[in-house]
Ligand binder design. Structure first.
Ligand code: 5RP
Length: 221
């Protein structure tokens, strides 16, 4: 029987088909993306370079010989490949389980095509079972937490976690995410919030889902 890791690997390997040679791309963070980095290297496809979204991704790219480029040195990226913690049927996502959703959203916004790779357990009819990661400036932690309670959530500080930008992560349980775009904007308007893990404005263009029957490509736009 295929394990969750097998399904992640299947989705990641299929994503290599969507990488154009001779272009710059963006690469997200997480265990599914790690399979993508390995598959891209094994494929022998030649890209100009990739913008990474975390130290872990950067290190694995270096190990597999994928050239790194800084976001500031390129104008657009042809493709962005990343995982998700949850993704709904309109390809809106919750991300940030790996505390990297800030750079991930930045790099996604600079890319012409967002390809989400995930095992089928991440595909949901409604976002919100996975607690929403919110990156918060340390001095505003209590203030922001009170506002998140006012929005109907139960914030919980992610212990021992400091983001690569020196901030904290508050994971918010129980929020009503039936209107993801509205909630994404509402939370980002709280002073002290740096970025939250709802990707509604930057929804994926293509989802590659690892299923026991193979990799399924879902494109709705
Ligand atoms: C990191 C993320 C990841 O994409 C998300 O947590 C999924 O991770 P994995 O591929 O390990 O299941 O958003 O911030």
């Amino acid at each position: 029987m295929a394990t969750q890791d097998d399904l992640k690997r299947m989705a990641a390997e299929k994503a290599v088909d969507f990488v154009p040679e001779g272009e710059y791309i963006g690469i997200g963070t997480g265990s599914t993306v790690n399979y993508f980095i390995k598959a891209l290297a094994v494929s022998g496809k030649k890209i100009k370079g990739a913008v990474s979204t975390s130290a872990k991704t950067r290190a694995l790219m270096a190990e597999y010989g994928i050239p790194e480029v800084e976001l500031g040195d390129v104008s657009r990226l042809a493709v962005y490949v990343d995982g998700a913690d949850e993704i709904n049927h309109t390809l809106q996502m919750i991300k940030g389980g790996g505390a990297a959703h800030l750079p991930e959203k930045i790099v996604a916004s600079a890319s012409d095509l967002f390809i989400c790779i995930a095992d089928e357990s991440k595909y949901v009819t409604r976002l919100g079972k996975f607690p929403l990661p919110v990156e918060v400036v340390p001095m505003a932690r209590s203030l922001v937490s009170r506002q998140l309670v006012a929005l109907g959530g139960e914030p919980e500080l992610r212990l021992g976690c400091q983001t690569e930008h020196g901030n904290l992560i508050v994971d918010v349980h129980g929020l009503d995410l039936s209107k993801p775009l509205t909630m994404e904007e509402t939370i980002n308007n709280i002073p002290g919030v740096v970025e939250n893990g709802i990707f509604a404005r930057n929804a994926a263009d293509i989802l590659i889902l690892g299923r026991p029957t193979g990799a399924e490509v879902i494109k709705i736009r």
